[in-house]
Design a protein around this ligand. Structure first.
Ligand code: ZN
Length: 202
């Protein structure tokens, strides 16, 4: 399965001159929600991810996703694995599990995102599951931005990856593209102006 092509076809992998939330510039931007716009594609990607998880020796009871980004990917993965799905959400800045969701003691959870960058939100959701007595047995995402190491990839984790080294990350592909400090950005040097994705209605 050519994941990059699926993202391109869905206009989820944008090419241009982008100002990222870190302040750095990049020629590429992942608009991960776009790839899930077509439920058939969401199902296809989630089934591919579920296949990786089933092939490992991990036993899963439920999926937990940090809202908002991880909701669709997490739900689709839970459907493909035929397990429960819950989500964590920020309340006054703190990740919490509410809405009557119950984490049972000893249950095995996978924390699922649409895209893993440094995995801060995923780790906060994991902490909530563990605080309620659940076990976090793995992390999962459709796309890995290349800061963390995913199963089956030769790319090593970068120092800013927040995931614990001993816990597996399942993802379909690494999307590693160059980021530039604005003062050294070759696209700026060519005279174009970076824009923040979202500022043009995307
Ligand atoms: Zn630039």
């Amino acid at each position: 399965m050519n994941i990059e092509q699926i993202y391109k076809d869905a206009n989820a992998l944008l090419e241009g001159h982008f100002k990222l939330s870190s302040g750095n510039h990049s020629q590429f931007y992942l608009q991960s929600a776009k790839v899930l716009e077509d439920p058939k594609t969401a199902k296809l990607l989630a089934e591919e991810l579920a296949k990786q998880i089933k092939e490992s020796d991990i036993k899963v009871d439920a999926i937990c996703s940090p809202a908002l980004g991880g909701l669709i990917a997490g739900f689709a993965l839970a459907t493909a694995l035929d397990v429960r799905f819950i989500f964590a959400e920020r309340v006054d800045g703190d990740m919490t599990i509410r809405r009557g969701f119950e984490v049972k003691k000893g249950e095995n959870y996978i924390i699922c995102e649409d895209i893993i960058t440094t995995a801060g939100s995923a780790l906060e959701a994991a902490a909530q599951v563990e605080a309620d007595g659940g076990n976090v047995v793995a992390f999962a995402a459709l796309a890995n931005r290349g800061f963390c190491k995913r199963e089956g990839s030769n790319l090593e984790a970068k120092p800013n990856c927040k995931l614990p080294k001993e816990t597996k990350l399942f993802a379909l592909a690494d999307f590693t593209f160059e980021m530039y400090d604005p003062s050294e950005c070759p696209l700026c040097k060519d005279g174009s102006v970076a824009y923040k994705p979202g500022s043009r209605g995307n």
